[in-house]
Design a protein around this ligand. Structure first.
Ligand SMILES: [Zn+2]
Length: 396
């Protein structure tokens, strides 16, 4: 890397993206080698970051400030983990970047190492610009398993006296300004029944049949949410959704099943609606199903465990961060998306107004032969260049 004569921006982006993609950071692996790579890249530019290490010591997020530490800044946020490639039909090595017809192929190119590469590629320009409003990089882990890894970092930031002005989460939106997404709460219900030979079925407690009562109630409530729940026409599916996704149970045709596990999720419009909906279902099952099972045998029960939880985000269309995002992106429109992001946690945990805006399309995320178009990364580079100009002149 040559600080005095930086290579052209597209070359810098491609080189960084190739390096980032080469780290296998599927969510169940350590991301520390990638974090160390970013730290040494930044150190060469005279920039240091703060590592926030998880309890296993195997993963870390990185909080970086370029510009004055004592003023409220603007955050660029991305995650380092990627979804697995196992079982997917890749026609290339997923961890070796390949360029073909203006597209860059590799795991994480669109979700979302492409964005992280652009942010890093723009650091020399951030350093050069003598920022008066700081720019922060918030680089997290374990996003793909339920926006887990960003939370310790946000708890840190929330404690500080100087709070950022806003955050851009660079998930793939084709550089559209996204002001809202639904929240999600996932629950596993484990029904413990009593096994018996099926010829004496009435002596057993059929875990699957009690589970079916829960599934029917979930379905009834889903229909109700669609019919009389709140609506938001900015979403493709304008109401909150609720469904059973997984059922496991039973061992053999001639055994009364003593085990049934059911997983269900709600995606809610309101900030905490998804959790409220699933909490109400858990309470209903505890009151309506479990006593009937226990009456048959006291050891029978239903256990509920949370699988996943993140709130919705609903940034007001006239919020300053939305206006700024539109100005920097050179567009006047905004939208809402179906997929969840860390933006909702920046807003709910640290009170940082946030929008989602990043290069590439969600259509390519999580797919074999994932790619991002180079033109998207360049658009993102332009966005950050304008952000740098904004932060170099704005007095905060
Ligand atoms: Zn992502």
């Amino acid at each position: 890397m040559n600080q005095t004569m930086p290579s052209p921006r597209p070359d810098r982006i491609k080189k960084l993206l190739a390096d980032l993609v080469a780290f296998d950071t599927v969510s169940d692996r350590s991301n520390l080698p990638l974090i160390a790579y970013i730290e040494s890249y930044l150190a060469a530019l005279g920039v240091s970051g703060q590592r926030i290490v998880d309890e296993t010591g195997q993963k870390a997020s990185l909080w970086v400030t370029i510009g004055p530490e004592d003023r409220p800044g603007l955050v660029l946020s991305g995650h380092t983990d990627v979804v697995p490639v196992a079982g997917q039909n890749w026609t290339q090595n997923p961890f070796a970047l390949i360029e073909r017809d203006g597209k860059l192929y590799g795991r994480g190119t669109t979700d979302m190492k492409g964005f992280v590469a652009v942010c890093l590629a723009m650091v020399p320009e951030m350093v050069e610009a003598k920022l008066t409003t700081p720019i922060h990089l918030a680089i997290s882990y374990d996003e793909e398993i339920g926006c887990v890894g960003v939370r310790p970092m946000l708890r840190e930031i929330a404690k500080r006296s100087v709070r950022p002005l806003g955050c851009f989460v660079g998930e793939p939106t084709e550089m559209k300004v996204i002001i809202g997404h639904k929240g999600k709460h996932g629950v596993r219900a484990t029904f413990k029944g009593l096994a018996r030979h099926s010829s004496i079925a009435p002596d057993g407690v059929n875990a699957i049949e009690y589970g079916a009562e829960l599934i029917t109630e979930i379905r009834r409530r889903a229909v109700q949410l669609a019919a009389i729940g709140s609506q938001d026409s900015l979403y493709d599916v304008s109401h909150s959704t609720l469904l059973t996704s997984i059922v496991h149970g039973g061992a053999a045709l001639n055994i009364v099943p003593d085990h049934c596990a059911i997983e269900f999720e709600c995606r809610g419009l309101g900030i905490t609606e998804s959790r409220q909906v699933t909490d109400a279902i858990v309470a209903w099952a505890k009151a309506e199903i479990e006593p009937a099972m226990k009456k048959r045998h006291p050891d029978c029960a239903i256990d509920f465990t949370e699988i996943l939880d993140y709130p919705a985000i609903d940034t007001q269309a006239d919020a300053a961060i939305v206006t700024l995002a539109k100005k920097l992106a050179g567009r006047n429109d905004h939208a809402k998306v179906a997929f969840g992001t860390e933006a909702s946690l920046f807003a709910s945990m640290a009170d940082i107004p946030s929008v989602v805006i990043g290069p590439g399309s969600i259509a390519q995320a999580h797919t074999p032969d994932e790619f991002v178009e180079m033109s998207e990364l360049e658009k993102c580079g332009d966005f950050i260049a304008k952000l740098i100009a904004h932060c170099a002149k704005t007095e905060s």
